[in-house]
Design a binder for this molecule. Structure first.
Ligand SMILES: [Zn+2]
Length: 220
């Protein structure tokens, strides 16, 4: 702030204030650049690792096929997948639906006894050599013909994963999330999302507002 006597400030003082203003401006710009939009912040984007793949979808039409590669080993799982497609995903900015005939679906649903997994991976998503199209670049790499694999070993020889509707809906919600680009929440179950990395008993069957914002921001 200028003092009362400073009617004509000398050039050096003016230059000092100008530099100070530039510093403030640079700090402001930097702050904007290092704060990404909240919807892109944490758990969205393609990735493949030892426990499967996360890919985005190539468009807003998301067809989930429940026959061909069959969902017939874990009782109630097909109903749970259908229910989550219609209840959780279709209401978003996606047109998500189940099909028994589409020869080129976005996602196949499949259950099989893959045996025990070292890390108890009870279900995962593949974009393997059977895919019917891939494209885009990370983190927006898309895959058509992804396969959701539900390991029925954990139905037959374990428990707390596929035992009741809530558990099956939780796992279905989780794997479907991977097929549209959602990654895990690593934090406590209090995130209120089926994308918490632990699935099964006592886990929620829905996405949280953060997940929904990611999907609605990407598919529109
Ligand atoms: Zn997962």
């Amino acid at each position: 702030m200028a003092s009362a006597q400073e009617i004509q400030p000398d050039p050096r003082a003016r230059r000092g204030r100008f530099l100070a203003r530039q510093v403030v401006f640079l700090i402001f710009v930097t702050a904007v650049l290092i704060n990404p939009a909240p919807a892109r912040a944490s758990n969205f984007g393609s990735i493949c690792d030892a426990s499967g793949c996360v890919s985005v979808a190539n468009n807003v039409q998301h067809a989930v096929r429940e026959s061909g590669l069959l969902l017939n080993d874990i009782p109630g799982l097909r109903a749970a997948v259908t229910d989550r497609v219609r209840t959780v995903y279709d209401p978003l900015d996606l047109v998500a639906y189940v099909t028994t005939t589409d020869p080129l679906p976005d996602v196949w649903a499949h259950d099989d006894n893959y045996g025990p997994s070292a890390n108890d991976v009870v279900a995962w998503v593949d974009c393997d050599g059977t895919n019917t199209g891939t494209g885009g670049t990370h983190p927006n790499r898309w895959c058509r013909g992804q396969i959701m694999r539900f390991n029925s070993y954990y139905y037959h020889f374990s428990s707390r994963v596929y035992d009741d509707d809530a558990q099956r809906q939780n796992v279905a919600c989780h794997e479907l999330g991977h097929t549209v680009g959602l990654r895990h929440h690593e934090t406590v179950p209090a995130v209120g999302s089926c994308m918490y990395r632990i699935v099964g008993v006592n886990q929620t069957t829905i996405l949280n507002p953060h997940d929904r914002a990611h999907i609605n921001a990407y598919y529109n």
